[in-house]
Write a protein that binds this ligand. Sequence first.
Ligand code: DX5
Ligand code: ZN
Length: 220
Amino acid sequence: MALIAPSLLSADFSRIGEAVRLAEEAGADLIHVDIMDGHFVPNLTLGPQLVAAVRKETRLPIDVHLMVENPRAFVPLFHEAGADWISLHVEATAHLHKDLSLIRSLGRRAGAALNPATPIGALEEVLGQLDYVLIMSVNPGWGGQSFIPSCRDKIRRLRDRIRAAGLTVPIEVDGGVKLDNAGDIIRDGCGIVVAGSAVYDAPDPAAAIRTLKDIARKAI
Ligand code: DX5
Ligand code: ZN
């Protein structure tokens, strides 16, 4: 069954602990934290101190999505802060193999993230080194954007490529996932659903998480 990963980017930052506890109580599987540096993407968000604060609020795995240049330099900081899963963008590093090895050597799950325009072939030589792949289905930088429809075919092609390689690497889909498209995206091959505005902009965020869990259960 697909995992549900609420993204704190759309939460109320003045009540972040409450947003995390609510997600855990509603049945979320991971807490997704978006790190932006103002260079790789034109926005700034959070850092290791916030991850350390979230760590104190939950026993759920923390899924750190690094949207930063020179991601390798930040991996140890997020590891120390308590991140469990760490993904970095293939567009941001010339040494993907080395960076994934670093994350794994620290005992964390290593993910590679692809922007919408980056072909899945960019992962060909590291498929066996991945604990998950993050497919961006919006151009990274902000929450609340619309899902890019062509990403559905990209998810299906990646799922087929992973299967053909005899692997079971889960695909995380991030950006524009809502209650009304999550089922289709899961059936395309998404194993980890990131949802920011669909959860935290909803009138009842816990109910939105429970609905996403239900969609995941029925989409098998
Ligand atoms: C966007 C971030 C996403 C963001 C998704 O750059 O990587 O994780 O929180 O937000 P929604 O679900 O609102 O598109
Ligand atoms: Zn993200």
